[in-house]
Design a protein around this ligand. Structure first.
Ligand SMILES: Nc1ncnc2c1ncn2[C@@H]1O[C@H](COP(=O)(O)OP(=O)(O)OP(=O)(O)O)[C@@H](O)[C@H]1O
Ligand SMILES: [Mg+2]
Length: 437
């Protein structure tokens, strides 16, 4: 809105309408001599258009005029948004109380009486121009205030939104760290008894072998041990037991070795990072994560197993926060599995060869880790949005939409690397991590 307050008093524009040339002349002269910018009009029929055009600061209106009288014109001016706030002063005969009251009721701010009293007219006009000026300033301030309130409200809602997101990310990070602690605790507790069983199995295997050997020697030297022993030998199928027992012990040993491996992986996976980076083997992280996800990769009643094809380069140890990197691998691999499972909904389930490629490589100054699936891909329109916190296409309760935004944060902010996505809808998706050496 233009600021009019600066010129209002000095050279205010006053529009006078009166069908009497005599009155018009007197009033114009008084006002012009006092420095006002006067526009005079005798024809009330064209006055309205002129007022719109020249937008005066004050209007002085005669009451009695042919065709459109002052009251009518006042009504019309009050209905028009452009002119409704311009103050209107009526001119009436000194004695006509009724006209004065009607004019004021129609929204006029004041009246002046004929014959004109110069001092009184100037005083009244000055008062109303001043009020008009104050009103304009007030309006301007009101608008500025509204704008500021709007801007502030927008800032506050943005701040609130940011706060909500940070809070959720913190909750998510806290949950992950708690799960990590829990897993580490369980792995630690299981590790002792498993170690105990494994060590004892080693001795048990030797004892069993000795015992088997001893029984065989007995059989050799005492081929006829007597009826009750022979009966027992037959009932228990001694030959089978002697053959099976060492195998059984060996497979128990295999089983405990495997449980120990799993526990070791869990401990590696949930290792707390501390606040400094440590040099680690990235492949170990990938392998543990794949192992933890094993149950999701296996064949299901409705689909074949997901085949993981690995292509590992010869990598040096990489300085990083390995717990956080494992979290990234976990998110990307879990997303790939979800995408593969979703892709089955639209395709021939038997024919589909579900695959995840995990590939590492090295160029001069960075490590590159690629995780690609041949799932349903991401529509081009969504590719920009997937890294936004809370963007998810998954059912409620299944995805929070935080996975990729957390990955992005870990790779970019914590490791100074990049995380990019290349996807062909219908064919698959590849995520490409680079970490500077
Ligand atoms: N490999 C992929 N193939 C197809 N779409 C993907 C793939 N990875 C991510 N997306 C899309 O990106 C969205 C966001 O992924 P993100 O990991 O951030 O959240 P989410 O998996 O939906 O939920 P959360 O990981 O929090 O449980 C997914 O909902 C999915 O639409
Ligand atoms: Mg996810």
């Amino acid at each position: 809105m233009k600021s009019r307050s600066t010129y209002l008093d000095a050279s205010a524009k006053i529009f006078i309408i009166d069908d009497s040339y005599y009155n018009l002349d007197i009033l114009s002269t008084i006002l012009t001599e006092s420095g006002y910018n006067v526009v005079a009009e005798m024809n009330s029929e064209i006055a309205f258009d002129q007022i719109i055009k020249c937008y005066p600061d004050l209007i002085i209106l005669d009451v009695v005029m042919p065709k459109i009288d002052g009251f009518k014109l006042c009504e019309v001016l009050h209905l028009e948004p452009k002119t409704k706030d311009i103050p209107i002063i009526f001119m009436t005969a000194l004695t006509d109380i009724e006209q004065k009251v009607k004019g004021l009721n129609l929204g006029a701010v004041d009246y002046i009486t004929k014959p004109f009293q110069k001092e009184e007219i100037l005083a009244r006009i000055q008062v109303h121009l001043r009020i008009r000026q104050l009103n304009l300033e007030l309006e301007e301030q009101k608008q500025q205030l509204e704008q500021r309130v709007q801007a502030r409200t927008a800032e506050l809602s943005q701040a609130l939104e940011n706060l909500k997101q940070t809070q959720l990310q913190l909750v998510q990070a806290e949950k992950i760290s708690l799960i990590g602690q829990l897993v580490a605790g369980v792995a630690h507790e299981v590790n002792n008894p498993i170690g105990f069983i494994a060590t004892n199995l080693y001795h048990a295997k030797n004892y069993v072998e000795d015992l088997v050997h001893l029984v065989q020697l007995y059989q050799h030297h005492f081929p006829q041990p007597g009826a009750s022993i022979e009966k027992q030998i037959e009932e228990m199928d001694l030959q089978h037991v002697l053959e099976d027992l060492p195998k059984l012990v060996s497979s128990m040993k295999l089983g405990t070795d495997s449980v120990r491996g799993i526990m070791q992986s869990l401990r590696t996976f949930s290792r707390a990072d501390g606040d400094t980076k440590k040099a680690v083997n990235i492949h170990e992280g990938l392998e543990t994560t794949l192992m933890i996800l094993q149950h999701r990769l296996k064949a299901k009643p409705n689909r074949s197993a997901i085949k993981v094809i690995k292509k590992y380069a010869n990598l040096p140890l990489i300085k990083c926060y390995s717990g956080q990197l494992n979290q990234v691998f976990m998110n990307l691999l879990a997303n790939a599995i979800d995408a593969l499972e979703d892709s089955l909904m639209n395709r021939d389930q038997e024919a589909k060869n579900l695959q995840i490629h995990v590939c590492t490589s090295l160029d001069q100054e960075r490590v590159i880790i690629q995780i690609a699936d041949n799932g349903m891909g991401i529509p081009e329109s969504k590719q920009n949005e997937i890294f936004q916190p809370f963007f998810t296409t998954k059912a409620e309760g299944k995805g929070t939409g935080l996975g990729l935004s957390i990955c992005q944060q870990i790779i970019r902010e914590q490791h100074g690397g990049t995380l990019e996505c290349v996807s062909s809808p219908g064919e698959g998706t590849e995520f490409l991590i680079t970490i500077p050496l």
